[in-house]
Design a protein around this ligand. Structure first.
Ligand code: ZN
Length: 664
């Protein structure tokens, strides 16, 4: 990106961030998810780092929190309350560390690691050991006077504790986080609903709203808590870990689960452990703060803008992020259907780098009006590729065009056709390379063959080693050696893997054939009903459509598939290659004693069907989540049961995981 482009982009980012921040911090209104806003801020921060001359004093990166509300008295902070730079991956964290290490001239830096509480940062001043004032962070220089309210928080000491030999300076400032314990948050939300008031969406908003009450009785009733993370007074402490000990001695809850790490690997381990632990803490954290432990080194590293160099917040994976659409490509599936995919600037969501996002079909493109060059919000649900949630239209650059549907297949160049009453468009060519490749990949997945990716399958088809899926089982190591990227060992490994997967459960084999509208769920119904592939092969439409879970459309598709000569050949080829089908045995009671709760909408079966299936296997279905629940099955748009399960640490199953559990 050149300077002029960066300038335009920065301006757009600032405008968008300012809009959402005003809503969030001043009006207590959420117009964008926290994660998406973080993502915008992160991009701005990075661009400004690349072009420091474009940083202006009014950039969102140059201020902390929102403007103080006029209705509160203002308090000027003795020392600015700084903010933190966020990083989202180990690589970014490592880069932060390396920069600090070089700047400090040290070989190694001890790092103090603490959970990042999802609350509201405040400053409390003690004069001669007595709480005098408390203020919000505000814009970093001036905050709001919330003394009366903070005094209602039981975990804030009104007098500093002192022990023998501990000399307390005349003025002591303690900074930390006001937060909501989960129980208090839930109680308050129930109260809100009882009084016909809206529930708070997240604990940080709720904490901010509760501490900024003009009537302190309201604050007092809400059960807020406080943990300290900074001591601005000279007790002779040399490190952040010393400070923790001091804070505890003075009567505070210093942020718990904090440790000193000597090596990056240790930091990473602690970060991972915290992420696992977060559901069980009883309060919300959204990442880990890492600070250079040694105060002299920390101060020497200094401050850039409003963030200290010696401090960083390594956030937990977010479920949403913003990015820019580079291109919209059409992907050809095994049925020949063309699916649009957005190619995006790499971004980090839920722990992985994402370069593609699903757009489903042309109607979706029209609905979103997504264009090349647009800034979009992506979100991830389950283990599938992320979807485009929203286009930030204010950020659209000039000269974009609406996306058109292609007239030709992008792979083979054949015309595309639209089938009646379907949204999708299809490549007309039945021997389209993309379709062959996808069919082979689909079969490989059903046979659970590991290590066989699209690139290898493409190469196999190009070299005519494989034409259709059954050919996979005849592939030799010698043939693979002719392909790029294969050495003797890797070729043998893949051949062994394929040969080891020759035995397949009947349901999976039915899926492997790639009959339209026959997914794993239907395949299980068919397998259970017929018990063997031969019987299914000879079944009539009437017999098929009479099976529960199989409708007329599916019955027609199956009979039509079995009739076609090239499919009969394919099936025979499978048997010639020596594959073995494992027929289903008697219905087991494998879920006996297990309790399930369903939430959200399942795609492949109704809730009643899901209940029947669980019960048929001996399991129980309950309508509410408790500690005794073994699994919560979460479909599309899950409700409060999902949150409850997360809180209680109950195992949550995606639809796919649930079907797998039923199936085998
Ligand atoms: Zn094609």
């Amino acid at each position: 990106m050149n300077k002029a482009e960066a300038k335009t982009r920065i301006a757009k980012l600032r405008e968008e961030i300012a809009y959402h921040r005003y809503n969030y911090h001043v009006l207590d209104k959420t117009t964008i998810s926290e994660a998406a806003l973080d993502s915008l801020k992160h991009e701005l921060y990075k661009l400004e780092q690349e072009h420091p001359d474009l940083i202006t004093p009014d950039s969102p990166t140059q201020r902390v929190g929102g403007k103080p509300l006029a209705k509160f008295k203002k308090i000027k902070h003795a020392r600015r309350m700084l903010s933190m730079e966020d990083v989202f991956s180990f690589e970014e964290f490592e880069a932060w560390y390396e920069r600090g290490r070089k700047l400090s001239g040290k070989n190694q830096l001890d790092l103090f690691c603490m959970p990042k509480l999802d609350g509201l940062a405040i400053s409390i001043i003690y004069k001669n050991g007595v709480l005098e004032t408390a203020a919000t962070r505000g814009d970093g220089t001036t905050g709001e006077d919330i003394t009366v309210n903070v005094k209602t928080i039981e975990s804030v000491p009104l007098n500093l504790m002192s022990e023998k030999g501990l000399e307390i300076p005349g003025t002591v400032e303690v900074r930390g986080e006001v937060y909501f314990p989960e129980e208090a948050f839930e109680k308050m939300n129930q109260e809100q609903l009882r009084n016909d008031k809206p529930a708070f969406a997240n604990p940080r908003n709720a904490a901010a709203g509760s501490v900024r009450q003009l009537d302190s009785k309201i604050t007092a009733g809400r059960g807020l808590a406080f943990m300290a993370w900074d001591l601005e007074a000279d007790f002779g402490q040399k490190t952040e870990s010393d400070e923790w000990e001091l804070l505890k001695k003075l009567g505070f809850r210093a942020v718990e689960n904090s440790v000193v790490c000597k090596y990056l690997a240790e930091v990473r381990k602690h970060w991972e452990a915290l992420q696992k632990k977060r559901e069980k803490l009883g309060y919300w954290i959204d990442g880990m703060v890492v600070r250079v432990d040694d105060n002299i080194v920390f101060n020497k590293l200094g401050v850039v803008g409003k963030t200290p160099r010696g401090l960083v917040a390594w956030k937990f994976p977010a479920e949403e992020a913003t990015t820019v659409v580079q291109n919209i490509e059409w992907f050809v599936g095994r049925t020949g259907a063309l699916t649009p995919v957005a190619v995006v600037n790499p971004t980090f969501i839920a722990g992985t780098t994402v370069k593609h996002a699903s757009l489903h079909n042309y109607d979706e493109i029209k609905r979103l009006d997504v264009r090349v060059g647009d800034t979009v919000i992506l979100y991830k649900a389950g283990d599938i590729i992320p979807k485009v949630k929203e286009v930030l239209k204010n950020m659209r650059p000039d000269g974009t065009h609406a996306v058109h549907q292609p007239r030709q297949c992008p792979v083979c160049g054949s015309d595309v056709v639209k089938k009646d009453e379907e949204v999708a468009i299809y490549c007309k060519n039945p021997r389209c390379f993309a379709q062959d490749r996808e069919a082979v990949l689909h079969a490989a997945k059903s046979f659970e063959i590991d290590g066989l990716g699209p690139a290898t399958v493409s190469a196999m088809i190009e070299k005519k080693i494989v034409q259709r899926a059954p050919d996979l089982f005849g592939v030799t190591a010698e043939e693979l050696l002719g392909l790029e990227g294969f050495a003797e060992l890797s070729a043998k490994k893949l051949v062994d893997e394929i040969q080891n997967k020759k035995t397949i459960p009947l349901a999976n084999f039915i899926v492997a054939l790639g009959i339209r509208n026959v997914g794993l769920e239907t395949a299980h119904d068919l397998a259970r009903h017929f018990g063997s592939f031969d019987k299914l092969r000879q079944a009539s439409v009437d017999e098929l459509s009479a099976i529960e879970g199989v409708g007329q459309v599916v019955a027609d598709a199956i009979v039509d598939f079995m009739k076609q000569e090239h499919n009969q050949e394919m099936i025979d080829d499978y048997f010639k290659q020596g594959i073995v089908i494992k027929n289903p045995t008697q219905q087991s009671q494998k879920l006996a004693g297990q309790s399930f709760v369903l939430t959200g909408t399942l795609e492949s079966l109704t809730r009643d069907d899901a209940k029947d299936r669980i019960r048929a296997l001996g399991g129980d279905v309950s309508s509410s989540v408790s500690k005794n629940t073994d699994y919560v099955v979460a479909g599309e748009a899950p409700g409060s049961k999902y949150d409850k399960a997360k809180k209680l640490g109950v195992k949550i199953l995606s639809e796919r995981e649930f079907l797998t559990m039923l199936g085998r």
